[in-house]
Design a protein around this ligand. Structure first.
Ligand code: 2P0
Length: 328
């Protein structure tokens, strides 16, 4: 039996989105993406390789998960077993730390924590680059959660060249505020959504054509610690990504009426003189990009339209690390 330590990975939110795969099996993306890792949401995971187990098992928040949930996990475990030359099945114990039960659990933190925990349990001593590649095989966005602050996932051309690198430690006045929108409609998973968009949306090429410009502009704005530009570029990038879904066949959108209400609030805040922009991912929640020093004021303003439990403050967070004191 090989029992690893608890490893924590924080989630990240992309400011330049990953949207589409060039290689589905290896998870090589169509474009580079750039994200900010956050303090507020994280996953803690431990892996035990045990010869007595018949199958791999995943316990999430103390509840055993079904085969569908195991799919991404098994991909990572199989690569680790192959690298370490072991055959034992694994018991994976994982806890998601999310302030509310709002569907914010992320495959980014989950698969990054697993990459760290499984490689440690197997006795592998992987570099950050190797960990990023391993996490990527589980879920693309997880490649970026190896690092704290801003990270860029460089698409590369194959398994060996597609991984994230750190860009900036984000130790300046930037924060995010989540507006959690509850939405009952059934989601199109991001995996299915990006696949359908790449295949069928006539707007997809337009999305790809402007990415290099967005990426170089946002890197310059990060260098200058220019919160207004960082937010403005991220907002435009997110809107372009979401526009591609309306051109897909069948068409779909992740927006709900409450998402639009949240966007309206962002415009109101800008009229009040705040530097606030938004981004959205494969769901209806809206994430504001603003000065960390103004998070409390902005939250107070939003309490006119949203409840306390819908508003979650986030600050830049750290990269993958071992936790000596397990916190649950
Ligand atoms: C991102 N998203 O860059 C983009 C923006 C959603 C919208 O990465 O198929 O769970 O496991 O590689 O990483 C969500 O997709 O997808 C995502 P897979 P993943 O954050």
């Amino acid at each position: 039996m090989m029992k690893g330590e608890w490893v924590r990975a924080h989630t990240n939110i992309a400011l330049i989105k990953y949207w589409g795969k060039e290689n589905e099996e290896l998870i090589i993306p169509m474009n580079n993406s750039l994200s900010l890792t956050l303090d507020a949401f994280y996953t803690e995971t431990r892996v035990i390789f045990d010869e007595n187990l018949k199958v791999d098992e995943l316990y999430l928040d103390n509840t055993i998960q079904d085969l569908a949930a195991l799919e991404k996990v098994k991909t990572v475990l199989n690569i680790v077993r192959e690298k370490a030359g072991i055959t034992a099945k694994a018991r994976v114990e994982s806890y998601n730390h999310v302030p509310t039960a709002a569907g914010l659990a992320s495959s980014a933190s989950g698969l990054a924590a697993l990459a760290g925990a499984a490689s440690l349990a197997a006795g592998l001593d992987l570099s950050e680059k190797e960990l990023s590649k391993l996490a990527r095989r589980g879920s693309g966005s997880a490649s970026r959660s190896i690092y704290g602050g801003f990270a860029e996932w460089q698409k590369g051309t194959d398994d060996d060249t597609s991984y994230a690198i750190p860009i900036d430690d984000a130790n300046w006045d930037i924060g995010m505020l989540f507006i959690v929108v509850n939405d009952k409609k059934k989601d199109v998973s991001s995996r299915e959504g990006m696949r359908r968009t790449v295949k069928t949306s006539p707007f997809y090429q337009g999305w790809l054509d402007t990415l290099d410009a967005d990426l170089s502009a946002i890197k310059e704005a990060i260098d200058q610690q220019n919160i207004h530009e960082v937010g403005a570029i991220a907002e435009r990038n997110a809107l372009k990504m979401h526009a591609t879904t309306l051109g897909a066949n069948p068409p779909f959108t992740y927006w709900s009426p409450d998402s639009l209400r949240a966007m309206e609030s962002v415009r109101d805040l800008r009229e009040q003189g705040y530097s606030v922009h938004f981004t959205m991912d494969a769901g209806p929640n809206v994430k504001l990009i603003c000065k960390q020093s103004q998070l409390a004021e902005i939250k107070a303003y939003l309490l006119r339209d949203f409840s306390e439990s819908q508003l979650i403050e986030a600050r830049p967070g750290p990269g993958l690390h071992v936790v000596s004191e397990f916190s649950k």
